[in-house]
Design a protein around this ligand. Structure first.
Ligand SMILES: [Zn+2]
Length: 493
């Protein structure tokens, strides 16, 4: 009843009467991704040009970048011309904030500010106007629709870190309705809306605390409590960090404790879920899965559909995603590349050709669901991309897929010293003996037969400052990045 009311009455009414046009944008995305790739591309290029013209006129960052490269925004009429627009690093979004990045005409307007908690150094602040926020929510609701669950399904999140709304000075009055309400900062309105209206009423979203604090010591996880909390919360959609799901699955298999169930869907977010992990988790939890990719800058720019859980449909109306080679050219369909993402609706703080630090393959082949949007096979962080002893590139996805489901191994961290020499930390699963032969075969397949691996057994893997686990650390990935982007460091995650 609540869902039907929100979906069929409240959201359409909001779209008709207020600037929150989320319902309209979901329909627009759905319609657009059933048109030919050529039509979708031509719509995207029109949006790209409009964004470039706006950002060039209104922000110092884009004006300097385009002028420096000798590009006039009106001339950017196709994907190849857009490749000449310099890549933006996350550092460039931080330096000189907000004067260099926030569009002149948007200053002082009603804007949503957000930052990611727990990252190192100065947090990355993002600024969005109402249209951009409506698109952000639309991309989330679209992912539900793709997965075949109601857009307003009740969600519980169990992930390491979250992109949180904050005040314009980066402050975030903790949990207090009063403190936020008393603030004279217009950004407080969005904090209130999100905390008091969108999350509890519309998305019915609840967050559970992460397993470990970012960058802190690894402490034992009370899995029984986690199971209890999840069972009590009884979500329809459980959005979970895939590595938490793997650890929880090992606990369930070891102890025979009944798996907590989401009544509709297990939804993976914030990291990879490889085909083998997915099979393992589907079997353990006894339910269907979906996955999405995105971030603070662009909510869900990719989401899997019911027909294929390993490839994510790009939200082509919302973001333009490119896979690029080290020489800066565009990858062919299915070729592994460095991902570069443009948020097509970002006007308050334009996000143009951002390098989030991920690699993947973009596929142009059609999907059985009938949508014609391109799909992405996500391969994880670029800092995990190894050039191995045979000179071959090996991705995060390949390493996770080969190692995380091995009998007896709960977690690992593989650190590359050179193409031939690696350190490997192993966290053993107390529920089963380590399959040594399988581990050796997997390592030889990933790293090359001549690679040397120095192993040790450890109690746990220390999370990064963001709270996420970086299981593979490469010493060779820089050469995979476009040469022009290498002067800027790739963001950690
Ligand atoms: Zn599909």
């Amino acid at each position: 009843m609540r869902q039907a009311l929100l979906e069929h009455l409240v959201l359409p009414a909001a779209a008709a009467l207020t600037p929150f046009k989320t319902a309209r944008y979901v329909e627009l995305m759905e319609r657009s991704e059933r048109t030919s790739l050529r039509e979708q591309r031509s719509e995207q290029m029109a949006l790209v040009r409009e964004l470039l013209v706006h950002a060039h006129r209104e922000t110092e960052l884009t004006r300097r970048k385009l002028d420096g490269a000798g590009i006039h925004p009106v001339d950017v009429s196709d994907a190849d011309a857009f490749l000449r627009v310099p890549i933006t690093s996350k550092d460039e979004l931080r330096e000189g904030f907000p004067d260099r990045q926030v569009a002149r005409s948007h200053r002082g307007a009603w804007l949503r500010y957000s930052n990611t908690s727990g990252t190192t150094g100065k947090p990355l602040m993002l600024v969005q106007d109402v249209t951009d926020i409506s698109w952000k929510y639309a991309s989330i609701l679209r992912s539900r629709r793709l997965a075949g669950v109601p857009e307003m399904a009740h969600q519980v999140r169990l992930t390491p870190n979250e992109c949180q709304p904050c005040l314009a000075d980066g402050g975030s009055p903790a949990g207090s309705f009063g403190a936020v309400r008393r603030s004279s900062d217009p950004a407080a309105l969005f904090m209130l809306l999100e905390r008091q209206v969108m999350n509890p009423l519309f998305l019915r979203r609840r967050m559970l605390p992460p397993f470990w604090p970012g960058g802190g010591p690894v402490t034992p996880v009370d899995y029984r409590r986690v199971v209890r909390d999840l069972t009590r919360a009884a979500p329809e959609v459980l959005t979970i960090y895939p590595l938490y799901a793997m650890l929880l699955a090992r606990f369930l298999r070891r102890t025979g404790v009944e798996a907590p169930r989401a009544s509709m869907l297990l939804d993976f977010s914030a990291a990879l879920c490889t085909p083998r992990m997915r099979a393992f988790l589907t079997e353990t939890f006894g339910q269907r899965t979906a996955q999405g990719c995105g971030g603070c800058e662009f909510a869900r720019y990719g989401a899997s559909c019911e027909h294929d859980e390993d490839h994510l449909h790009l939200a082509e109306q919302y973001c333009y995603v490119e896979a690029v080679r080290a020489d800066g050219r565009q990858c062919a369909s299915g070729e592994l590349g460095n991902l570069v993402v443009t948020s097509l609706r970002s006007r308050a703080m334009p996000i143009i050709r951002l390098e989030p630090g991920d690699v993947g393959r973009i596929l142009e082949s059609p999907c059985a669901c009938g949508r014609l949007s391109r799909r992405i096979e996500h391969h994880g962080r670029i800092q995990a991309l190894l050039r191995n002893a045979d000179g071959r590139w090996v991705t995060d996805r390949a390493c996770w897929d080969a190692l995380l489901c091995l009998p007896g191994l709960a977690l690992f961290q593989l650190r590359q010293r050179t193409e031939r020499i690696y350190d490997l930390d192993l966290v053993l699963d107390p529920g089963a003996p380590l399959d040594r032969t399988a581990l050796d075969a997997a390592l030889a397949g990933l790293l090359g037969a001549s690679a040397q691996v120095v192993e040790r057994t450890v109690e746990g893997i220390t999370p990064e400052a963001s709270g996420k686990l970086q299981l593979v650390k490469s010493a060779t990935f820089e050469e995979f990045r476009p040469a022009a982007a290498r002067a800027r460091r790739v963001p950690t995650n």
